[in-house]
Design a protein around this ligand. Structure first.
Ligand SMILES: Nc1ncnc2c1ncn2[C@@H]1O[C@H](COP(=O)(O)OP(=O)(O)OP(=O)(O)O)[C@@H](O)[C@H]1O
Ligand SMILES: [Mg+2]
Length: 135
């Protein structure tokens, strides 16, 4: 495996929530292929905010996000990269909101534009490997 390939670079990121002081002030970060990074910080220090900036759920006030060699600015840029980079929300209830496991599993692939046949296959396979059949 090529361990030097850069996957994500954040450069000079500054960010504040509306009406609050800066959480990030010209922050730089680099994630290379093969890296396993544990992000440690006190409650409210900005870990979740950082991940949300990284995948485009929050837009930085300054600075840039580059993923797979392409600077990501608009929602459409991030949408493309989210096919390959997933985020698990801190609170599972934020992403499991369907009445059945089947619908929850299908939600992601359907929104990625997969066909109904492909989605059916993904759902079957996922239910199988997670031993969730019948839920
Ligand atoms: N939607 C929001 N609007 C305004 N302020 C916010 C919002 N979300 C988070 N904050 C504030 O931004 C700061 C960083 O929060 P964040 O959730 O990124 O921290 P965290 O490191 O993930 O915390 P935790 O360890 O509790 O998960 C905190 O002061 C928090 O109160
Ligand atoms: Mg958090």
């Amino acid at each position: 495996m090529d361990t030097n390939k850069i996957i994500i670079i954040l450069e000079g990121i500054s960010f504040a929530y509306r009406g609050s002081s800066l959480i990030f002030d010209r922050f730089d970060f680099e994630f290379k292929q093969g890296d396993r990074i544990g992000l440690i910080g006190p409650n409210g220090s900005g870990k979740t905010t950082l991940f949300h900036i990284m995948i485009g759920l929050l837009k930085p006030m300054w600075g840039s996000v580059t993923a797979f060699g392409k600077t990501r600015i608009k929602e459409i840029d991030f949408r493309e990269m989210r096919k390959d980079i997933g985020l698990l929300f801190q609170d599972a209830d934020d992403q499991l909101f369907c009445p059945t496991a089947t619908e929850d599993i299908a939600f992601g692939p359907l929104n990625l534009g997969k066909s109904h046949d492909e989605v059916r296959e993904i759902v079957e396979h996922t239910l199988e490997i997670l031993e969730l059949k019948g839920f």
